[in-house]
Design a protein around this ligand. Structure first.
Ligand code: C5P
Length: 237
């Protein structure tokens, strides 16, 4: 599979055309950013590990009946996916209170929610990813009520599948962000990536973070943590 034209350069990934108009290749770079790109760095082999972790988690979801854009990992860093028209939503599922939710609301850090919370943010650098409700999302023309209900249903199902899988591997999943798109057949499909950049992972035994919070909090060892996650959950390359 040949890399075609560069279609989009994101904060940490590039998207390329391929020789098949229905497919794209996502290249995972070594960049890491936090605070909407305010904090930036490069971490050796980070893209390599994120692609391996993402590929495995998409495979687990597919095996459990979730439609994703994942086709295959061509080689580490390069993921072949089906082309989607992305919906500008960041769909966050929270199992445990941490991160921005404890800054904005009176939840206690580490408190387990009785049932997972779904939060939808408008994916927009210009507006700083503000939180939406269904009426605002519908008024903005992002999705209608029926589509939003379906997005929430799939996000909750994917959260349950990954929580169970990660638990067996020794990790707690406090929260996770999903992005969705519409494929050529008009089907709602899970896209983007699923990695320690887009979810929180705590080691069950120590409650230590193995995700981007290491970088957000200015600590060292983020590359080592991602490598460890890839070794524990990823398929052998
Ligand atoms: O920062 P916050 O607590 O809102 O993040 C919730 C979850 O969503 C975290 O797992 C975080 O990594 C993810 N997230 C993301 N991209 C964003 C915002 C949050 O992947 N732009």
């Amino acid at each position: 599979m040949k890399l075609g034209k560069l279609l989009h350069r994101g904060k940490v990934k590039d998207v390329y055309e391929t020789d098949n108009p229905s497919h794209l290749i996502i290249k995972f770079r070594d960049d890491i950013t936090a605070g909407d790109g305010a904090k930036k760095d490069k971490i050796h082999k980070k893209g390599y590990y994120c692609s391996i972790i993402s590929a495995k988690l998409f495979k687990v979801l597919e095996e459990n009946g979730i439609n994703t854009h994942f086709i295959k990992l061509l080689k580490p860093r390069y993921m072949l996916v089906s082309k989607l028209k992305m919906i500008p939503l960041e769909v966050i599922v929270r199992n445990i209170a941490t991160g921005s939710i404890v800054k904005r609301y009176p939840f206690k850090e580490g408190e387990k929610f009785k049932k997972p919370i779904v939060q939808m943010d408008y994916k927009s650098d210009e507006y700083g990813d503000p939180m939406l409700n269904d009426d605002i999302a519908e008024a903005l023309g992002i999705a209608n009520k029926k589509e939003l209900k379906e997005i929430k249903r799939i996000a909750l199902k994917a959260n349950e599948i990954l929580k169970k899988f990660l638990d067996k591997k020794g990790f707690i999943l406090p929260d996770i962000k999903f992005e969705f798109g519409i494929d050529e057949n008009g089907k709602l499909v899970l896209g983007d990536e699923i990695s320690p950049d887009t979810c929180r992972l705590w080691e069950k035994k120590t409650k230590e973070s193995f995700d981007k919070d290491i970088f957000r909090k200015g600590r060292s060892g983020v590359g080592k943590a991602y490598k460890r996650v890839a070794e524990i959950i990823g398929d052998k390359i």
